[in-house]
Design a protein around this ligand. Structure first.
Ligand SMILES: [Zn+2]
Ligand SMILES: [Zn+2]
Length: 230
């Protein structure tokens, strides 16, 4: 794939956006679709990090996160990382249906049935800068395809946090502490939090804590991509 993605799908609907193959009915040709970094089958059910037998990992045993499970479609690796960066930083919103559908298709057979979806909130200042929240856009697709309600307001990022990229993992945890608030009563509810990428899980954990404070009984994390440590 070259650096400037062929996001011309609307103009040339039969070009694969990764390799440019002409015979594609979908946004990706079958070969590029098959070659995506699909997540490994054996992973910790709680945080989606790889484990040898698919058991709960040591990190989750020692310090269980505030969410109960993580469903990740792919590993945050090439070329998916490029697609997600195109979406977020070059405003290629044409990628939302592709990535959102992948998440919905992955979740559908798992019969994970939350009461409501919540998209990972952006701080208002970041939202103004970017113009959209990719997690909300993905969540709209997933909510539509799985016929689940999406909580549009009520969970907020009340504190701007520095960009997490480049911060050591421990620093990330500190920087997002108390960053979220929730104003909706979620007593007894199963909530699925949607995000594009789960890196360390610290943001998801903090948001899950805020939802727990409002009574959430069960929390699932649904992400397109999971970053795996080297
Ligand atoms: Zn292709
Ligand atoms: Zn784990």
């Amino acid at each position: 794939m070259n650096s400037s993605l062929n996001i011309m799908h609307g103009i040339f609907p039969h070009h694969c956006l990764l390799c440019g193959a002409i015979d594609s009915e979908e946004m990706l040709c079958p070969a590029c679709h098959a070659g995506l970094p699909w997540h490994l089958d054996l992973h910790c059910p709680r945080c989606a990090l790889p484990t040898t037998q698919g058991e709960i990992c040591g990190l989750c045993l020692n310090a269980p996160p505030a969410f109960d499970r993580t469903i990740a479609v792919m590993r945050y690796e090439f070329p998916l990382d490029c697609l997600i960066q195109e979406l977020k930083y070059r405003h290629q919103l044409g990628l939302v249906p592709l990535l959102g559908s992948m998440l919905a298709k992955h979740i559908k057979p798992l019969s994970c049935c939350p009461d409501v979806l919540v998209a990972m909130p952006l701080h208002p200042s970041r939202l103004r800068e970017r113009g959209f929240n990719q997690a909300v856009e993905l969540a709209k697709i997933v909510a539509g395809q799985l016929e689940l309600p999406l909580l549009a307001h009520g969970a907020e990022r009340i504190r701007a946090t520095p960009p997490q990229v480049g911060l050591p993992w421990k620093e990330r945890a500190k920087s997002v502490r108390g960053a979220f608030s929730c104003s909706i009563d979620l007593q007894g509810k199963h909530i699925a939090i949607l995000d594009d990428v789960m890196t360390t899980g610290t943001s998801l954990n903090e948001l899950a804590l805020a939802l727990r404070k409002r009574g959430a009984a069960e929390i699932s994390a649904w992400v397109v991509a999971r970053t795996l440590p080297d």
